[in-house]
Design a binder for this molecule. Structure first.
Ligand SMILES: Cc1ncc(C[n+]2csc(CCOP(=O)(O)OP(=O)(O)O)c2C)c(N)n1
Ligand SMILES: [Mg+2]
Length: 376
């Protein structure tokens, strides 16, 4: 039997993976410290991967900022940012393979973008225009992308988890070996009944799924400490026989490495893993929220500065000469120009034609819909 391992925060692979499941659920896997120094060995990290991770995080940061500006100008109706959570989003996305399926929750649009959903398609969906594959019927921030197996988000908190486990069970039944499903959720999602039902099925069926909880410590105005009496969210998985991992969610290298390990297990037929990625929702819950009414924003400031996931990765990249001084600002400006060009293009696309209202409702139109269609 593997013994428990005592961990102070931030354990590298030699310590973290040496213990039992409970110590992994109570500990915290880390490779890159807040100051940009390394905890463990990352011989696998080359410049290309490091830059893909950093550029992916920067793309989310810049895109989200533009989208929030559009919302404040009244040009889009609603937006929810992932500010401060970019490492959890990109690190996990980078561990996915093209044949895997992604079932996102609230803050994973960046996973879709990282996997190849185009910015044009993302913006078309935010504007709900004629180029929107869902024909303007979804809220902004509920994108989908068939080409990259990125499933549209279901708005009801936690419903995404049974969806993800169901997709994975389907893969197993159909004999689709070598692939897995990624099912995302927030910390709040783990208090819903759907979480317990889904993780139970995942454990019993040994479905090829990686369940990823972005613990950003808030569910709108509900803080983590009144969300659950469990010491950590990862501990919940133990009762269902699903191996847990608890990871520094602001450390893109640890998130990438841990998710890669979990995905490899799933793809190899070794069943599910539950991952708690510890991070912080630096932004408001959404464009309709004002967190200064219910939380101490001096705490937010610490996560925004010292604990910022981009900052620590930038420090490492600059130390290794993989990012020149000032290059990050240039890169951000290039991304912003690209986002602005897409906004201009997509704002000129008109709304979906009214007749499309009746598409995708029934396989063939009923007489009632026919009648309604004639009246528009
Ligand atoms: C079943 C259900 N209850 C309530 C809501 C309203 N709601 C939307 S997001 C949210 C909080 C989600 O918190 P969490 O799961 O931690 O995700 P986060 O927003 O922090 O990413 C709530 C209560 C909902 N969409 N669905
Ligand atoms: Mg949350």
């Amino acid at each position: 039997m593997v013994a428990p391992v005592q961990m102070t925060t931030g354990a590298g692979p030699e310590v973290y993976f040496d213990g039992d499941d409970e110590s992994r659920a109570r500990g915290l896997y880390q490779l890159l410290r807040e100051d940009g120094s390394l905890v463990g060995d990352v011989a696998w990290l080359d410049r290309a991967l490091a830059r893909r991770l950093y550029d992916g995080m920067l793309t989310i940061r810049v895109t989200d900022a533009r989208m929030m500006a559009l919302q404040r100008q009244g040009r889009i109706g609603f937006y929810g940012e992932a500010m401060g959570q970019e490492a959890a989003v990109v690190g996990s996305a980078a561990a996915s393979l093209p044949d895997d399926w992604i079932i996102p929750a609230l803050r994973e649009a960046g996973v879709g973008l990282f996997r190849g959903m185009t910015l044009d398609s993302y913006l078309a969906q935010i504007f709900g225009n004629a180029a929107d594959p869902t024909k303007g019927r979804q809220m902004p921030c509920h994108p989908c992308d068939r080409a990259t197996n990125y499933v549209v988000m279901s708005s009801c908190v936690s419903t995404q988890i049974p969806h993800a486990v169901g997709v994975a069970m389907g893969m197993k039944i159909l004999g689709h070996g070598g692939r897995c499903a990624f099912g995302y959720m927030g910390d709040g999602g783990t208090s819903e009944g759907d979480f317990h039902v889904a993780i139970n099925f995942a454990g019993v069926t040994r479905a090829p799924v990686v369940l990823i909880c972005q613990n950003n410590q808030w569910a709108i105005s509900t803080p983590g400490k009144v969300q659950t009496a469990a010491d950590t969210i990862a501990l919940k998985a133990l009762g269902y026989g699903v191996p847990p991992m608890r990871v520094d969610g602001n450390d893109v290298l640890a998130v990438y490495d841990a998710t890669s390990r979990a995905a490899a297990r799933a793809r190899g037929g070794d069943g599910p893993t539950f991952m708690e990625l510890l991070t912080y929702r630096v932004s408001a819950h959404s464009s309709s929220d004002d967190p200064s009414r219910y939380r101490d924003e001096s705490v937010t400031e610490v996560w925004k500065s010292r604990k910022d996931p981009l900052r620590r990765m930038r420090t490492l990249l600059e130390q290794r000469g993989w990012l020149a001084p000032g290059e990050s600002e240039d890169l951000a400006a290039t991304i912003e120009a690209r986002v602005r060009a897409c906004i201009t293009a997509q704002e000129q696309v008109g709304p979906p034609p009214r007749a499309t209202l009746f598409d995708d409702v029934f396989e063939s139109k009923t007489w009632l819909l026919d009648e309604q269609a004639r009246s528009i």
